[in-house]
Design a binder for this molecule. Sequence first.
Ligand code: ADP
Ligand code: MG
Length: 311
Amino acid sequence: MQRPEFELIDWIRGQVRDRGTVSLGIGDDAACLKPNPDRELLVATDMLMEGVHFEFSSATPQQAGRKALAVNLSDIAAMGGRATAAFVSVALPSDRGMQFARDVHTGLIELANDHDVILAGGDTNSWNGPLVINVAVLGEPWMPRPVSRKGAQPGDWLFVTGALGGSLVSGRHLNFPPRLAEAQRLVNLVEVHAMLDVSDGLAADLHHILKASRVGAILFEPDIPLTQSAKTVNDGRSPLMHGLSDGEDFELLFAVAPEAGRQLLSSWNMVTSLTRIGEISTELDCRLRRADGKMELLPPIGWTHRLGEAL
Ligand code: ADP
Ligand code: MG
């Protein structure tokens, strides 16, 4: 069953008329606008809410601000782009004072500086409620065309950067590095057919690529890279389940032709690991190939404590 959040987004998409200046609209990690024939402009926006995406029992105000920008930079990376400018709108809790507000922005601006992103505007409000922070980021694809979720082809190899799972337990969801440099290297090395950032969990997000590309996939269970915390969380769920369904990894998941995949494996020299975790198939479903060769259907299991649950 489709999550209510995505049902609503599909409905909204149905209400919007196609316009030539928007070359990629609702449904990807970022939108792509074509203000003139030889320019593509990426736009991503994401809103974080205290109590949903972070709690101040475990996060500092700086980390909350940093994360609000980082999730958007991750979406720009997922389009094969670089980020240029950010706009930040905040609803500040009125009882927390000026230093809190400065701390939120300090965390955000430090990350912006690290990636040459200019904070170019925003909106400041206060209210008798928790912190809400929305960031919109503009960017540009490195290649003439951005990498969307659509375009994976049967036979393609599926790759993921880094390792998956346990992000909430380890606190990584507050300090993950957006994979901008990795995305730049990838699109410079090979033609990436489809890509997204894993924000809702590998199994759930892979289904977005499959749906957009009208293909299926087989994931190779023993090859899925798991974080140390996915392997050691002692909560009754297996390390594999954490790797498949925990959210907030913010790693890149992408499909490339086998030849390009071989080239990547032989030439990749960044610190961030790159792992082949499966392949695209013609059958329109997603399967998990276990270590013993047995195949299982893999539903879009994923992160479920987000805002979507309130809908
Ligand atoms: P991500 O996890 O990569 O940030 P989302 O799942 O939040 O992506 O959003 C999926 C797509 O739906 C994106 O293209 C996003 O811009 C779009 N979208 C989400 N909410 C709305 C909305 N209320 N109105 C229009 N588009 C929306
Ligand atoms: Mg995304």
